[in-house]
Design a protein around this ligand. Sequence first.
Ligand code: PSU
Ligand code: MN
Length: 314
Amino acid sequence: MLKLVIADEVRAAVETGRPVVALESTLIAHGLPRPRNLEVAADLETLLRDRGVTPATIAVIDGIPTIGLDAIELTRIANTPNVAKLSVRDLPVASALGRTGATTVASTSLLAARAGISVFATGGLGGVHRGWADSADESADLVTLAGTPITVVCAGVKSILDVGATLERLETLGVPLLGWRTNTFPGFYLSRTEFTVDWRVGAAADVATVMADARALGLRAAVVVANPVPEADQLDQELHDRVLDEALTQAARRGLRGKAVTPFLLATFHRETAGASLETNIAVVRNNVTVAADIAVAWSAHPTGPDQTSPDQT
Ligand code: PSU
Ligand code: MN
């Protein structure tokens, strides 16, 4: 029977209500180039540990959904060329066939929630792609977040997407959206978009209370915390717009579809900006991890915070 493997330190932290933050592995395997990807993966874990938070990087290793990769597993995910990108629908297939792969926002959220983890940090959510009327390309991140109780800290949705359409979908799907110290929805590589968010929060304790109240109300959806990259780290807007046009044209010319689209667009960005977008992407993720750490600590201290029950499975 399928088992999740939860690292001992993650299990101990979950069982005693201590702060844990989940991290995804598609960002490592498909969003960032080697060898920086492994350095970043290790650095994110250190950022969490320095704040007293247990990191839980998630992937599927030889068919086993693993919550809290060890150094060897992390290296394998970061360094294996063409390692699979596993969304939610791929999880049972990868497990049945004994495959190894990186998990997306969708599949990481699902596995983290199953393991009793309440906070997750990523870069930017997937969403509705530009040209969706023709391609019907919408990330499984959105529907999964609609039914998965976890708090996701992100810099909004990737700016390669149709941001307005994605925000409409999040509203339809009933996913609470909080601006972290902002009323403006952030744009991943850019600190701002033209869109606003209805709710602004300024304190981790307030996010923890939203989480507790969502649970008390019986809501199953995730809570999305949108955290802008600092302006000093954002990509130049003109460079961004120019490279985005070029990347979208190239993707269309190649006829890319399905899960290949997002990694291609990100890789094209990193190449065409001569690495500037890579530095911004790393700043985005680091910034999200630090906010997620604060929220996990606040959740842990909240009077109606973590259920101190056993995680789902061994
Ligand atoms: N954030 C990043 N880089 C990434 C991703 C997020 O900074 O590579 C990944 C996440 O795993 C997200 C995925 O779930 O991109 C979206 O892919 P798709 O559009 O195929 O659903
Ligand atoms: Mn897609």
